[in-house]
Design a protein around this ligand. Structure first.
Ligand code: OAD
Length: 230
């Protein structure tokens, strides 16, 4: 086995204290996603949207990486073949857990984007609707996050990797949001084995070859140790 593609979701950061989206008490049970996670919601009420992401940014920066983030970094470092780590998470806990390369398909909470000229820069801890783009000075700054109705980032990198993968692993994701939810079928059709690691023993019945049920902080280090033989 030479090539592994890993997709992580909110479940990998849950034990760092960051909320998931669809679990009981998840973010989407408390917030209306059409208000806070769409371009239309932002156009209607930028203050509400920026405040929502200011809170997400504060939580992410105050959180610490956990044993699952660190184990995945160890796998990237120690595996003899290629490991592409793709995350739907906007936090930077994979990087802070030691991963050198992380593909953030839904953007990053620590980055800002100008909706007018496309310039990107490091976001301040608190963003405000009156902030000006440091490049073109338009008052059109937004978090560099992919909202519903927008195209995920880095698909040109992810899709070829899936079609060449020997193993595809989904960790801590409900598999409800496309295109990420379709990665298992893409890799399977290309001949990869598929593995799911999730707290819930049956989040996506029948879609994966193998399932490891458990907390990410326990199941991921155990799986990495099995793969690396140490
Ligand atoms: P969800 O909230 O939909 O799913 C979280 C998954 O993590 C569930 O399947 C849980 O069973 C699992 N889980 C929870 N705690 C866990 C733990 N300690 N160990 C292992 N698994 C655990 O989150 P995502 O699938 O990441 O997109 O959501 C996908 C996308 O939907 C997000 O990136 C976000 C959201 O709307 C955008 O905002 C564009």
């Amino acid at each position: 086995m030479d090539r592994i593609v890993i997709l992580t979701g909110a479940g990998v950061s849950a034990e760092s204290g960051l909320g998931t989206f669809r679990d009981k008490d998840g973010l989407w049970t408390r917030y209306d996603l059409s208000e806070v996670a769409t371009p239309e919601g932002y156009a209607r009420n930028p203050r509400l949207v920026l405040d929502f992401y200011n809170a997400r940014r504060a939580n992410a920066l105050d959180a610490s990486p956990n044993a699952a983030h660190r184990a995945l970094a160890r796998l990237q470092e120690g595996f003899a073949g290629e490991v592409l780590l793709v995350t739907q998470n906007i936090d930077n806990l994979h990087e802070r857990g030691g991963s050198r390369e992380v593909v953030h398909m839904h953007g990053e909470i620590t980055r800002a984007l100008c909706a007018s000229c496309g310039h990107r820069w490091d976001a301040p801890r608190e963003m405000a609707p009156s902030d000006l783009c440091p490049s073109c000075t338009a008052p059109a700054t937004r978090p560099d996050i992919v909202w519903f109705g927008e195209m995920p980032y880095h698909m040109e990198r992810i899709l070829p990797a899936l079609s060449e993968a020997d193993l595809f692993v989904a960790i801590g994701t409900s598999g409800e949001v496309y295109p990420a939810a379709g990665f298992v079928e893409i890799s399977e059709e290309a001949g990869a084995e598929t593995l799911e690691i999730n707290l819930d023993p049956a989040p996506a019945p029948g879609r994966f070859d193998r399932m490891i049920a458990g907390k990410a902080t326990e199941a991921v280090p155990a799986w990495v140790a099995e793969l690396l033989g140490s």
